[in-house]
Design a protein around this ligand. Structure first.
Ligand code: CAA
Length: 284
Protein backbone atom coordinates (compact mmCIF):
# COMPACT_ATOMS: atom_id res chain seq x y z
CA UNK A 1 0.00 0.00 0.00
CA UNK A 2 1.27 3.49 -0.85
CA UNK A 3 2.58 5.17 2.28
CA UNK A 4 1.46 8.79 2.22
CA UNK A 5 4.05 11.20 3.57
CA UNK A 6 4.03 14.26 1.33
CA UNK A 7 0.88 15.76 -0.15
CA UNK A 8 0.24 18.07 -3.10
CA UNK A 9 -2.88 20.23 -3.15
CA UNK A 10 -3.88 21.62 -6.53
CA UNK A 11 -5.70 24.95 -6.24
CA UNK A 12 -5.59 27.43 -3.34
CA UNK A 13 -9.25 28.51 -3.50
CA UNK A 14 -11.85 28.01 -0.75
CA UNK A 15 -11.50 24.23 -0.72
CA UNK A 16 -7.81 23.98 -1.64
CA UNK A 17 -6.54 26.24 1.13
CA UNK A 18 -8.75 24.43 3.65
CA UNK A 19 -7.43 21.04 2.50
CA UNK A 20 -3.81 22.23 2.68
CA UNK A 21 -4.60 23.63 6.16
CA UNK A 22 -5.85 20.31 7.58
CA UNK A 23 -3.00 18.26 6.08
CA UNK A 24 -0.35 20.68 7.39
CA UNK A 25 -2.02 20.83 10.81
CA UNK A 26 -1.92 17.02 10.95
CA UNK A 27 1.83 16.85 10.27
CA UNK A 28 2.02 16.30 6.49
CA UNK A 29 4.43 18.40 4.40
CA UNK A 30 2.26 20.07 1.73
CA UNK A 31 2.99 21.59 -1.68
CA UNK A 32 0.16 24.00 -2.49
CA UNK A 33 0.11 24.55 -6.25
CA UNK A 34 -1.60 27.43 -8.06
CA UNK A 35 -1.36 28.90 -11.55
CA UNK A 36 -1.31 32.54 -10.45
CA UNK A 37 0.71 34.21 -7.71
CA UNK A 38 -2.24 36.40 -6.63
CA UNK A 39 -4.49 33.34 -6.11
CA UNK A 40 -1.72 31.56 -4.21
CA UNK A 41 -1.16 34.60 -1.96
CA UNK A 42 -4.89 34.86 -1.23
CA UNK A 43 -5.06 31.15 -0.34
CA UNK A 44 -2.03 31.34 1.96
CA UNK A 45 -3.44 34.44 3.65
CA UNK A 46 -6.79 32.72 4.29
CA UNK A 47 -4.98 29.74 5.75
CA UNK A 48 -2.95 31.97 8.07
CA UNK A 49 -6.16 33.68 9.26
CA UNK A 50 -7.94 30.36 9.86
CA UNK A 51 -4.97 28.88 11.76
CA UNK A 52 -4.82 32.06 13.88
CA UNK A 53 -8.54 31.68 14.56
CA UNK A 54 -7.88 28.16 15.88
CA UNK A 55 -5.13 29.51 18.13
CA UNK A 56 -7.51 32.22 19.41
CA UNK A 57 -10.11 29.51 20.17
CA UNK A 58 -7.51 27.46 22.08
CA UNK A 59 -7.69 24.54 19.61
CA UNK A 60 -4.05 24.94 18.53
CA UNK A 61 -0.93 26.29 20.26
CA UNK A 62 1.14 29.07 18.67
CA UNK A 63 3.99 26.52 18.19
CA UNK A 64 1.64 24.11 16.37
CA UNK A 65 0.48 26.99 14.18
CA UNK A 66 4.07 27.90 13.25
CA UNK A 67 4.91 24.25 12.58
CA UNK A 68 1.84 23.87 10.34
CA UNK A 69 2.78 26.99 8.35
CA UNK A 70 6.37 25.76 8.01
CA UNK A 71 5.09 22.53 6.42
CA UNK A 72 3.43 24.43 3.56
CA UNK A 73 5.29 25.30 0.38
CA UNK A 74 3.27 27.47 -1.96
CA UNK A 75 4.38 26.99 -5.56
CA UNK A 76 3.60 27.92 -9.17
CA UNK A 77 5.96 25.19 -10.37
CA UNK A 78 4.13 21.96 -11.13
CA UNK A 79 7.33 19.91 -11.24
CA UNK A 80 7.61 20.27 -7.43
CA UNK A 81 4.64 17.91 -7.16
CA UNK A 82 7.00 15.10 -8.19
CA UNK A 83 7.87 14.83 -4.47
CA UNK A 84 4.27 13.90 -3.50
CA UNK A 85 2.75 10.50 -2.64
CA UNK A 86 -0.78 11.92 -2.85
CA UNK A 87 -2.21 14.80 -4.87
CA UNK A 88 -5.60 16.26 -3.96
CA UNK A 89 -6.98 18.25 -6.86
CA UNK A 90 -9.27 21.13 -5.86
CA UNK A 91 -9.44 23.14 -9.09
CA UNK A 92 -12.47 24.66 -10.83
CA UNK A 93 -15.50 22.33 -10.97
CA UNK A 94 -15.33 21.82 -14.77
CA UNK A 95 -14.61 18.47 -16.39
CA UNK A 96 -12.22 19.88 -19.05
CA UNK A 97 -10.13 21.68 -16.41
CA UNK A 98 -9.88 18.62 -14.18
CA UNK A 99 -9.29 16.22 -17.10
CA UNK A 100 -6.29 18.27 -18.31
CA UNK A 101 -4.93 18.42 -14.75
CA UNK A 102 -5.24 14.67 -14.20
CA UNK A 103 -3.36 13.94 -17.42
CA UNK A 104 -0.65 16.37 -16.28
CA UNK A 105 -0.48 15.02 -12.71
CA UNK A 106 -0.18 11.51 -14.12
CA UNK A 107 2.96 12.61 -16.00
CA UNK A 108 4.41 14.49 -13.00
CA UNK A 109 3.85 12.33 -9.92
CA UNK A 110 5.67 9.05 -9.25
CA UNK A 111 3.96 5.95 -10.67
CA UNK A 112 2.89 4.63 -7.23
CA UNK A 113 1.41 7.98 -6.10
CA UNK A 114 -2.35 8.40 -5.62
CA UNK A 115 -4.31 11.06 -7.51
CA UNK A 116 -7.43 12.21 -5.64
CA UNK A 117 -10.06 14.75 -6.65
CA UNK A 118 -12.06 16.94 -4.32
CA UNK A 119 -14.73 17.13 -7.02
CA UNK A 120 -18.22 17.58 -5.65
CA UNK A 121 -19.97 15.82 -8.53
CA UNK A 122 -17.78 14.88 -11.51
CA UNK A 123 -17.26 11.17 -12.27
CA UNK A 124 -14.09 9.74 -10.71
CA UNK A 125 -14.09 6.97 -13.34
CA UNK A 126 -13.97 9.59 -16.13
CA UNK A 127 -11.13 11.46 -14.43
CA UNK A 128 -9.27 8.17 -13.91
CA UNK A 129 -9.56 7.49 -17.65
CA UNK A 130 -7.32 10.53 -18.30
CA UNK A 131 -4.44 8.70 -16.59
CA UNK A 132 -2.42 5.51 -16.97
CA UNK A 133 -3.11 4.61 -13.31
CA UNK A 134 -6.92 4.37 -12.98
CA UNK A 135 -6.50 2.00 -10.01
CA UNK A 136 -4.78 4.86 -8.13
CA UNK A 137 -7.42 7.52 -8.78
CA UNK A 138 -10.09 8.24 -6.15
CA UNK A 139 -12.46 10.92 -4.88
CA UNK A 140 -11.68 12.68 -1.61
CA UNK A 141 -14.53 15.14 -1.12
CA UNK A 142 -14.15 17.61 1.73
CA UNK A 143 -16.77 20.09 3.02
CA UNK A 144 -16.59 23.81 3.57
CA UNK A 145 -15.25 25.09 5.96
CA UNK A 146 -12.74 22.24 5.66
CA UNK A 147 -11.07 22.79 9.07
CA UNK A 148 -14.49 22.49 10.75
CA UNK A 149 -16.55 19.91 8.84
CA UNK A 150 -15.58 16.35 9.75
CA UNK A 151 -17.00 14.49 6.73
CA UNK A 152 -14.87 13.24 3.83
CA UNK A 153 -16.76 11.36 1.11
CA UNK A 154 -14.29 8.77 -0.19
CA UNK A 155 -15.44 7.88 -3.69
CA UNK A 156 -14.46 4.73 -5.47
CA UNK A 157 -14.22 4.97 -9.24
CA UNK A 158 -15.00 1.80 -11.16
CA UNK A 159 -11.29 0.89 -11.30
CA UNK A 160 -10.13 2.22 -7.90
CA UNK A 161 -8.13 -0.52 -6.13
CA UNK A 162 -8.77 -1.64 -2.57
CA UNK A 163 -5.21 -0.57 -1.66
CA UNK A 164 -5.92 2.97 -2.89
CA UNK A 165 -9.21 3.08 -1.00
CA UNK A 166 -7.53 1.84 2.21
CA UNK A 167 -4.69 4.37 1.91
CA UNK A 168 -7.05 7.34 1.44
CA UNK A 169 -9.47 6.13 4.11
CA UNK A 170 -6.46 5.92 6.49
CA UNK A 171 -5.29 9.42 5.57
CA UNK A 172 -8.75 10.86 6.21
CA UNK A 173 -8.69 9.29 9.68
CA UNK A 174 -5.18 10.71 10.26
CA UNK A 175 -6.64 14.16 9.55
CA UNK A 176 -9.21 13.59 12.30
CA UNK A 177 -11.99 13.34 9.70
CA UNK A 178 -14.78 10.76 9.39
CA UNK A 179 -14.55 9.09 5.97
CA UNK A 180 -17.73 7.69 4.41
CA UNK A 181 -17.49 5.27 1.49
CA UNK A 182 -19.50 6.22 -1.59
CA UNK A 183 -19.65 4.84 -5.13
CA UNK A 184 -19.20 6.84 -8.29
CA UNK A 185 -22.52 8.39 -9.38
CA UNK A 186 -23.43 11.98 -10.28
CA UNK A 187 -23.28 14.17 -7.16
CA UNK A 188 -22.27 11.16 -5.03
CA UNK A 189 -24.49 11.23 -1.91
CA UNK A 190 -23.93 14.71 -0.50
CA UNK A 191 -24.77 16.77 -3.55
CA UNK A 192 -27.35 14.40 -4.98
CA UNK A 193 -29.44 15.18 -1.93
CA UNK A 194 -28.28 18.69 -0.95
CA UNK A 195 -28.38 20.44 -4.34
CA UNK A 196 -31.96 19.53 -5.30
CA UNK A 197 -32.98 20.88 -1.89
CA UNK A 198 -31.18 24.18 -2.56
CA UNK A 199 -32.57 24.29 -6.14
CA UNK A 200 -36.11 23.73 -4.82
CA UNK A 201 -35.63 26.50 -2.25
CA UNK A 202 -34.70 28.84 -5.15
CA UNK A 203 -37.86 27.77 -7.03
CA UNK A 204 -39.87 28.65 -3.91
CA UNK A 205 -38.36 32.16 -3.90
CA UNK A 206 -38.80 32.57 -7.68
CA UNK A 207 -42.45 31.53 -7.48
CA UNK A 208 -43.12 33.94 -4.60
CA UNK A 209 -43.93 31.19 -2.09
CA UNK A 210 -41.76 32.98 0.49
CA UNK A 211 -38.85 35.37 0.76
CA UNK A 212 -35.28 34.06 0.95
CA UNK A 213 -35.21 35.03 4.64
CA UNK A 214 -38.43 33.11 5.32
CA UNK A 215 -37.24 29.98 3.50
CA UNK A 216 -34.01 30.07 5.54
CA UNK A 217 -35.91 30.55 8.81
CA UNK A 218 -38.02 27.46 8.03
CA UNK A 219 -34.90 25.30 7.79
CA UNK A 220 -33.04 26.88 10.72
CA UNK A 221 -35.93 26.82 13.16
CA UNK A 222 -37.89 23.83 11.86
CA UNK A 223 -35.10 21.43 10.93
CA UNK A 224 -32.18 22.71 13.05
CA UNK A 225 -29.97 23.37 9.99
CA UNK A 226 -27.09 25.70 10.96
CA UNK A 227 -27.72 27.72 7.78
CA UNK A 228 -30.88 27.88 5.68
CA UNK A 229 -30.56 26.62 2.06
CA UNK A 230 -30.19 30.08 0.50
CA UNK A 231 -27.55 31.23 2.98
CA UNK A 232 -25.80 27.94 2.32
CA UNK A 233 -26.08 28.45 -1.47
CA UNK A 234 -24.41 31.87 -1.08
CA UNK A 235 -21.73 30.24 1.10
CA UNK A 236 -21.01 27.45 -1.42
CA UNK A 237 -21.17 29.82 -4.43
CA UNK A 238 -24.13 30.03 -6.82
CA UNK A 239 -21.88 29.17 -9.77
CA UNK A 240 -20.79 25.97 -8.01
CA UNK A 241 -24.45 25.13 -7.23
CA UNK A 242 -25.37 25.64 -10.89
CA UNK A 243 -22.46 23.51 -12.14
CA UNK A 244 -23.49 20.69 -9.81
CA UNK A 245 -27.16 20.87 -10.88
CA UNK A 246 -26.00 20.57 -14.50
CA UNK A 247 -23.90 17.50 -13.66
CA UNK A 248 -26.93 15.91 -11.94
CA UNK A 249 -29.20 16.77 -14.88
CA UNK A 250 -26.79 15.36 -17.44
CA UNK A 251 -25.63 12.38 -15.38
CA UNK A 252 -29.01 11.16 -14.12
CA UNK A 253 -31.19 12.55 -16.90
CA UNK A 254 -34.33 13.09 -14.83
CA UNK A 255 -35.96 16.51 -15.54
CA UNK A 256 -36.42 16.98 -11.79
CA UNK A 257 -32.74 18.02 -11.73
CA UNK A 258 -33.20 21.03 -14.06
CA UNK A 259 -31.53 24.12 -12.59
CA UNK A 260 -33.98 26.78 -11.41
CA UNK A 261 -34.09 29.66 -13.98
CA UNK A 262 -33.53 32.18 -11.17
CA UNK A 263 -30.27 30.42 -10.25
CA UNK A 264 -29.15 30.62 -13.91
CA UNK A 265 -30.03 34.33 -14.11
CA UNK A 266 -28.21 35.17 -10.88
CA UNK A 267 -25.05 33.43 -12.09
CA UNK A 268 -25.34 35.23 -15.46
CA UNK A 269 -25.53 38.51 -13.52
CA UNK A 270 -22.36 37.67 -11.61
CA UNK A 271 -24.27 37.33 -8.33
CA UNK A 272 -22.30 34.36 -7.07
CA UNK A 273 -23.00 34.67 -3.35
CA UNK A 274 -20.60 35.57 -0.59
CA UNK A 275 -17.47 35.61 -2.77
CA UNK A 276 -18.88 38.24 -5.18
CA UNK A 277 -20.56 40.32 -2.45
CA UNK A 278 -24.09 39.53 -3.61
CA UNK A 279 -26.29 36.46 -3.92
CA UNK A 280 -29.57 35.96 -2.10
CA UNK A 281 -28.08 38.33 0.47
CA UNK A 282 -25.52 41.13 0.24
CA UNK A 283 -22.10 40.99 1.90
CA UNK A 284 -19.71 43.84 2.62
N1 CAA B 1 -11.44 27.66 9.74
C1 CAA B 1 -11.32 27.29 11.02
N2 CAA B 1 -12.34 27.37 11.92
C2 CAA B 1 -13.52 27.89 11.49
C3 CAA B 1 -13.71 28.32 10.16
C4 CAA B 1 -12.61 28.18 9.27
N3 CAA B 1 -12.70 28.54 7.99
N4 CAA B 1 -14.99 28.78 10.02
C5 CAA B 1 -15.58 28.64 11.21
N5 CAA B 1 -14.68 28.10 12.11
C6 CAA B 1 -14.97 27.73 13.50
C7 CAA B 1 -15.19 28.90 14.40
O1 CAA B 1 -13.97 29.39 14.91
C8 CAA B 1 -16.07 28.31 15.49
O2 CAA B 1 -15.27 27.59 16.41
P1 CAA B 1 -15.81 27.26 17.92
O3 CAA B 1 -16.90 26.25 17.79
O4 CAA B 1 -14.60 26.74 18.62
O5 CAA B 1 -16.29 28.59 18.46
C9 CAA B 1 -16.93 27.30 14.74
O6 CAA B 1 -16.22 27.01 13.52
C10 CAA B 1 -18.27 27.87 14.40
O7 CAA B 1 -18.08 29.08 13.69
P2 CAA B 1 -18.76 30.49 14.08
O8 CAA B 1 -19.03 30.56 15.55
O9 CAA B 1 -17.94 31.58 13.47
O10 CAA B 1 -20.10 30.52 13.26
P3 CAA B 1 -21.29 29.51 13.23
O11 CAA B 1 -21.58 28.90 14.55
O12 CAA B 1 -22.33 30.28 12.52
O13 CAA B 1 -20.77 28.32 12.29
C11 CAA B 1 -20.43 27.26 10.21
C12 CAA B 1 -20.28 28.56 11.00
C13 CAA B 1 -19.49 26.19 10.81
C14 CAA B 1 -19.99 27.58 8.79
C15 CAA B 1 -21.93 26.78 10.31
O14 CAA B 1 -22.78 27.82 9.93
C16 CAA B 1 -22.22 25.58 9.46
O15 CAA B 1 -21.95 24.44 9.82
N6 CAA B 1 -22.83 25.81 8.27
C17 CAA B 1 -23.15 24.76 7.31
C18 CAA B 1 -21.92 24.48 6.50
C19 CAA B 1 -22.17 23.42 5.49
O16 CAA B 1 -23.25 22.87 5.31
N7 CAA B 1 -21.10 23.10 4.76
C20 CAA B 1 -21.16 22.16 3.69
C21 CAA B 1 -21.35 22.89 2.39
S1 CAA B 1 -21.43 21.78 1.06
C22 CAA B 1 -19.82 21.56 0.62
O17 CAA B 1 -18.91 22.12 1.12
C23 CAA B 1 -19.53 20.56 -0.42
C24 CAA B 1 -20.02 20.74 -1.76
O18 CAA B 1 -19.71 19.85 -2.55
C25 CAA B 1 -20.79 21.86 -2.25
Amino acid sequence: MTEIRTVGVIGAGTMGNGIAHVFARSGFPVFLYEVQQAALDRGLETMRKNLAREVAKGKLSAEEQDAALARITGTLDRTQLAACDLAVEAATERFEVKAALFAELDRTLPQEAILASNTSSISITRLAAQTKRPDRVIGMHFFNPVPVMTLVEVIRGLQTSQATFDAVHGVALALGKSPVEVHDAAGFVSNRVLMPMINEAIFAVMEGVATAEAVDQVFKLGMAHPMGPLTLADFIGLDVCLDIMRVLQEGIGDPKYRPCPLLVRMVDAGWLGRKSGRGFYTYS
